[in-house]
Design a protein. Structure first.
Length: 95
């Protein structure tokens, strides 16, 4: 197997304890899910800055993922750090 193929296989590896069963989360669970620096994919367990593009690996849309786990459609799939970076960049452009 080539190095590129090995890297692809590693990236697609599902971590132990995943996928999380597709049941809607409680409000407390949702708040906990969004409270970290990075956001975790509930399908494979990977920590990401955001999940938008990552979900295509699992052949899911953002809407399907949010529906599976009961996440509100108005909240982005983005970690705290990335949210802060985007927010600061927008605010600096407004000044």
């Amino acid at each position: 197997m080539s190095t590129a193929a090995q890297k692809r296989a590693y990236r697609r590896k599902i971590l132990k304890g995943f996928p999380v069963p597709a049941v809607p989360m409680t409000l407390k669970q949702v708040r906990e899910y969004y409270s970290h620096t990075k956001i975790q994919c509930l399908i494979c367990g990977r920590l990401r800055n955001s999940l938008g593009n990552h979900l295509s690996i699992h052949k899911l849309t953002v809407e399907e993922y949010k529906e599976m786990y009961g996440l509100h459609w108005t909240v982005g799939l983005i970690g705290r750090r990335a949210f802060s970076n985007h927010s600061n960049a927008i605010l600096s452009r407004m000044e």
